[in-house]
Design a protein around this ligand. Structure first.
Ligand code: HEC
Ligand code: HEC
Ligand code: HEC
Ligand code: HEC
Length: 341
């Protein structure tokens, strides 16, 4: 006879273990040639709540433009980026960024004491650069963001600091002296799909002068100076670490971008891999040209453990969906973020 306590234990362990697997039914969709295992497997219980979180808010009603009316640049004292907007559209834009970035603190998050022209708060200085960055993404990186584009909301989603950012890191502290260093390995890291491989693949691949993303040398012997012909075990682990981040950040399997019988082959890869390649170039460039140089503008408590500025990776925009906001665009409602069109 099983004692009640044992039954209790069995029920308890079942409940605990339940958290370790995803209950069926799963959905799967063919994403490549028949018979090649090219399937996207998703769990509606996981995906549906994420998609429900990725619905755009109603746009703020547009204000009719008065022909020949003054522009913000003519009326205000210190407008360097948004000067061509009509005064009414400028006010609407301020209201929109407040809702996207600082709904709780309001205008005061970037403007102190009612003097709107003053560049006193770091948040205002950072925002001005963010405005330029947003316009750059939408005009220079259509190879990645297409016509959909982004606004402040894509990354911020109502938060002062976007939910997914990254800093350079050295891995957890190890004992001093000659004890082995972890090199960021052998501890599970959320950034890289809870694997215990390199926990910061970002400093290698997503900033200035990114390392080649390679596991396979294209020739039998290495050819010095040509990255396509050199690879190492470490580069392989690092590449996989980055790939886990990309899969996790987009909420997709490896087969979304690869035919897994030949990861390296572009001919056999779905088109999404090309979009991803442009994304890699875009993210390195944004970190290099916009986010990294903001370091001196931030107060010390916003910097990382090694003193670098907060930066973006794939998850900052994607937030576990293959297209941010499931591919819905805000640019028709807020055309200022894609100027010259
Ligand atoms: C997240 C930061 C941020 C928030 C929140 C914000 N602003 Fe601004 N504001 C800016 C930036 C940056 C500029 C300068 C824009 C430029 O240089 O083109 C600016 C400029 C202005 C100016 C022009 C001042 C001048 O004379 O140069 C006014 C007026 C203004 N904001 C009003 C508001 C109002 C009203 C709110 C709240 C509804 C608001 N702002 C919320 C960042 C912000
Ligand atoms: C590609 C993603 C991305 C976009 C688009 C973006 N931001 Fe940011 N933003 C960031 C990151 C990353 C940081 C650094 C987070 C931190 O401060 O720790 C940041 C920081 C900020 C901060 C400083 C917050 C703080 O408290 O330190 C402000 C203010 C801000 N952004 C405003 C804006 C505005 C306004 C826009 C749109 C014009 C915008 N951002 C668009 C990624 C983005
Ligand atoms: C969102 C698209 C995307 C996803 C998802 C993705 N990859 Fe990749 N992968 C790429 C791109 C793009 C490259 C090429 C980068 C380059 O050449 O700079 C690449 C390169 C690779 C390489 C290096 C191939 C070589 O030529 O040496 C390997 C291995 C790899 N991926 C494995 C994986 C694995 C394993 C997964 C799942 C955990 C995965 N990828 C998920 C887009 C993706
Ligand atoms: C600045 C925000 C932003 C960042 C950062 C970003 N993406 Fe994207 N990405 C987008 C937008 C917006 C789209 C939708 C484009 C469209 O609708 O055509 C997209 C589309 C994609 C697609 C195509 C999806 C499909 O189903 O066709 C892939 C793949 C992708 N991104 C991969 C990546 C990877 C990998 C990274 C990191 C290296 C990344 N993205 C970083 C904004 C971003």
């Amino acid at each position: 006879m099983i004692k009640p306590m044992r039954i209790g234990l069995i029920v308890l362990s079942a409940a605990v273990l339940q958290a370790c697997w995803e209950a069926p039914p799963m959905d799967s969709e063919q994403s490549g040639f028949r018979g090649t295992g090219m399937l996207q497997t998703t769990n509606p219980d996981v995906v549906d709540p994420i998609l429900a979180d990725n619905v755009l808010p109603e746009p703020i009603a547009a204000v009719p433009v008065v022909e020949g009316g003054p522009t913000a640049g003519q009326i205000y004292q210190n407008v360097q980026v948004l000067g061509d907007l009509s005064v009414a559209e400028f006010a609407r834009t301020m209201a929109a960024i407040t809702a996207w970035v600082s709904p709780e603190q309001g205008c005061a998050y970037c403007h102190e004491g009612g003097n709107f022209a003053e560049d006193k708060l770091y948040t205002k200085m950072v925002s001005r650069r963010m405005m330029e960055m947003t316009m750059e993404i939408n005009t220079q990186w259509s190879s990645h963001v297409g016509d959909t584009g982004v606004t402040c909301l894509t990354c911020h989603r109502g938060n002062n600091v976007p939910e997914y950012i990254w800093f350079e890191q050295d891995g957890p502290p190890t004992a001093g002296g000659i004890s082995a260093k972890g090199y960021q390995q052998n501890h599970a890291a959320m950034n890289v799909g809870s694997t215990s491989m390199l926990s910061d693949p970002f400093s290698k691949y997503l900033t200035t002068d990114p390392a080649p993303i390679r596991v396979i040398s294209q020739t039998a012997l290495p050819q010095a100076g040509d990255a396509r012909h050199m690879s190492s075990t470490q580069a392989t682990e690092n590449t996989y670490s980055l790939m886990f981040h990309m899969s996790e950040g987009l909420g997709v399997n490896c087969t979304y971008c690869h035919n897994t019988r030949a990861f390296t082959s572009w001919e056999q890869s779905p088109p999404a891999r090309v979009t991803a390649w442009h994304g890699l170039q875009m993210v390195s460039s944004l970190n290099d040209e916009y986010l990294e140089p903001l370091g001196p503008t931030y107060p010390p408590h916003r910097l990382g453990p090694l003193g670098d500025a907060p930066k973006t990776n794939c998850t900052t925009c994607h937030q576990n969906v293959n297209k941010p906001f499931a591919g819905a665009s805000m640019l028709d409602d807020y055309p200022i973020w894609r100027p010259d069109e």
